[in-house]
Design a protein around this ligand. Structure first.
Ligand code: ES4
Ligand code: ZN
Length: 334
């Protein structure tokens, strides 16, 4: 059995995937044409040039500037449906069993699209793929931390029916991490949680920001998971806390290389997390921009760390445990 077969066959769960980050360059230009969207003059003119430009991001903001331009080509419910269906179809062939999908409503409501239009398109793709391939999904709404908290609060209002019904299963916090620390969003998170006590909470922290961002996300926002979190390794007290509370980190190896958090995947604290008993999952973040989907991220970790079957069993078990599917589904996955 080759390593590719082994890593394809193990039951994988994804917890850190921005659906807008699955917009492949080809589809970006197709949708821009169909929807009559004018791209900036300085934007690459072909999908090949666009894809090539992704090799030259120097940080998170560089990437976000392109990512938000990409968001602008998504207009109709079918655009969101097609986007999600293409992602889910790809990963169904990579042994993905369960995925928790982030979307950024503010990138769309700012262009006068409704949250329902975006959500319905995504949900339709999720329901179809569950029927056809058995992949389970949860949809998580992310707030853009570079926007005023009032705007984030308004977004919670606009999504309140979906939060109350549980169709939006969780809240996350993304976009430029610095200088927007988690504690600014204290009231916004409280307001969301008050709509539904079963609402799950997460936040990006400890990618660009230091370990104190992780501590504040846990203490102030009361999140139960941390997205990225790799800078936890800089503070032994944070490592001890993550391990003792079994708080899962959603680590994104290829993302960290493309956005220059590390020079290559071997610099990530994967072995240190395993040794310290810190729970983490492996994820693709924005696969159309970062050079690979879920399996590519697993393969790169294996290429750099040559983990044992026992290590992989631990990673798979922790990523099932840390998933926000129900216990019946978890039992199926184990
Ligand atoms: C993101 Cl990698 C990353 N970090 C923060 N916000 C994001 N939105 C999409 N990808
Ligand atoms: Zn992310």
């Amino acid at each position: 059995q080759t390593q590719i077969d082994f890593l394809t066959e193990i039951p994988k769960c994804e917890h850190h995937l921005h659906i807008e980050g699955t917009l492949e360059p080809k589809l970006l230009f197709q949708l821009a044409g169909k929807n009559n969207i004018t791209l900036p003059d300085t934007f690459p003119k072909t999908h090949e040039e666009l894809a090539e430009s992704y090799n030259h991001f120097s940080n998170l903001q560089d990437f976000l500037d392109v990512y938000y331009i990409g968001c602008n080509v998504l207009i109709t419910e079918d655009d969101f449906y097609l986007l999600a269906l293409e992602y889910l179809t790809k990963v169904s062939k990579q042994g993905l069993k369960h995925t928790e999908i982030f979307f950024d409503p503010q990138s769309h409501t700012s262009r006068n699209l409704s949250i329902d239009l975006v959500f319905n398109g995504l949900q339709r793709a999720c329901q179809q793929i569950q029927k056809e391939c058995g992949i389970t999904t949860k949809i998580i709404m992310c707030l853009l931390r570079h926007l005023p908290t009032d705007d984030c609060s308004k977004t919670i209002d606009q999504a309140s029916h979906l939060i109350k019904s549980g169709e939006i299963h969780g809240i996350g916090l993304d976009s430029s991490e610095k200088p927007f620390p988690p504690e600014i969003f204290d009231d916004v998170y409280k307001k969301a949680k008050n709509l539904n006590e079963n609402l799950r909470l997460t936040a990006h922290a400890g990618e660009e920001g230091d370990a104190s961002y992780i501590t504040n996300a846990l203490d102030v926002l009361q999140v139960e998971r941390i997205d990225h979190g790799v800078r936890s390794i800089e503070d032994p007290r944070v490592i001890e806390r993550l391990a003792s509370t079994q708080t899962m980190l959603s680590v994104c190896p290829l993302s960290n290389v493309v956005l220059r958090v590390v020079k290559n995947v071997s610099e990530l604290p994967i072995k240190k997390f395993l040794d310290a008993g810190v729970s983490f999952s492996i994820n693709s973040d924005d696969p159309a921009y970062f050079g690979g989907y879920i399996l590519d991220n697993y393969l790169e970790v294996q290429r750099r760390f040559n983990l044992s079957k026992q290590d992989w069993k631990k990673i798979v078990t922790n990523s099932i445990k840390g998933s926000w599917c129900d216990n019946t589904r978890k039992t199926e996955l184990f």
